[in-house]
Design a protein around this ligand. Structure first.
Ligand SMILES: Nc1ncnc2c1ncn2[C@@H]1O[C@H](COP(=O)(O)OP(=O)(O)OP(=O)(O)O)[C@@H](O)[C@H]1O
Ligand SMILES: [Mg+2]
Length: 273
């Protein structure tokens, strides 16, 4: 399989804060690759370096054969790199349909909202083609029943799904998902996990996912990378990575980060035995 993305020796500093230190990894086309690590480990920072929101202090990024280190976020989006945000970034007053349509803005040749030659030029035809694509995504993510609803009126889980729809509307080859299941209940997480697997398998999108839920990470990832204090401390098969002593140590003392490891007896079970 060809390489989708290669991150080479990326470091990122904000004044005195070292958000990332010499991080390198490569993702193959078609992979579902997860990034995990404690809070503040640099997960969002690395994704921001890939999307172009942050410029690395050192290092390079390659998308396919191409060096994208100096490209703007828009240029990267045009090459097929799409993303969602850790904090929802929807237009609350706009409908679900229009929010998803926004995701296609860089694909629009004509500005169909203001064009006075709307009926005479190709603008109308172009809009119809876009609507068609958007409807496909609405079907895929089961958003038919809320397509006309204002995004701000939806439940949190549905809004996260609309955000995924908007990222998909760009028709990315590589999609970056920053905590797509944060704050969701069990059923919502299960649904979201299924959509992510489907967009990876059916749409053939390469997926980079930041996720704190280790159960989900174990279930759906092909490979996992672990960051801790801005450094890569492990990478590989999910089972092997979560069993790695360095990884376990990185999570020690984190009250809300419990690694799933069925082979490990909990202290309570040990004392009972
Ligand atoms: N724009 C910024 N300005 C200054 N410091 C930043 C900025 N973005 C991130 N940092 C710092 O970089 C480090 C890594 O942050 P980052 O948001 O990448 O962590 P994270 O792994 O995504 O954490 P979380 O799990 O809490 O989302 C932190 O110390 C953070 O405070
Ligand atoms: Mg983050």
């Amino acid at each position: 399989m060809a390489t989708s993305l290669e991150v080479r020796g990326v470091s990122l500093r904000f004044g005195g804060v070292r958000a990332l230190t010499d991080v390198s990894f490569a993702i193959k086309e078609g992979e579902l690759f997860s990034i995990i690590g404690p809070n503040g480990a640099g997960k969002t920072s690395i994704v921001n370096c890939i999307s172009g929101r942050y410029k690395p202090t050192e290092g390079q990024l390659f998308y396919g054969e191409r060096d994208i280190t100096g490209l703007t976020p828009n240029a990267r989006a045009s090459l097929g790199i799409g993303r969602t945000f850790q904090n929802l970034a929807l237009f609350h007053h706009m409908s679900v349909l229009d929010n998803i349509m926004v995701g296609r803005h860089h694909l629009l040749k004509n500005n169909f909202l203001t064009g006075s030659l709307y009926w005479l030029t190709g603008a109308r035809k172009e809009e119809l083609a876009h609507r068609h694509k958007v409807e496909e995504i609405i079907d895929f993510l089961d958003l038919q029943s809320v397509r006309k609803a204002a995004a701000g009126t939806l439940s949190y889980g549905l809004r996260k799904r609309v955000e995924l729809a908007r990222a998909m509307a760009l028709e990315p080859r590589l999609i970056l998902l920053d905590e797509p299941m944060a704050g969701m209940n069990f059923e919502e997480k299960e649904d979201m996990a299924r959509y992510i697997v489907d967009l990876n398998e059916e749409f053939g999108m390469t997926v980079v996912m930041i996720e704190h839920d280790m159960g989900v990470v174990m279930d759906i990832s092909h490979r996992v990378m672990v960051l801790d204090f801005g450094r890569k401390i492990a990478e590989g098969d999910p089972g092997a990575v979560l069993a790695d002593p360095h990884v376990k140590r990185a999570y020690l003392g984190e009250e809300d980060e419990v690694l799933v490891d069925p082979d490990d007896a909990s202290p309570a079970q040990e004392s009972a035995a």
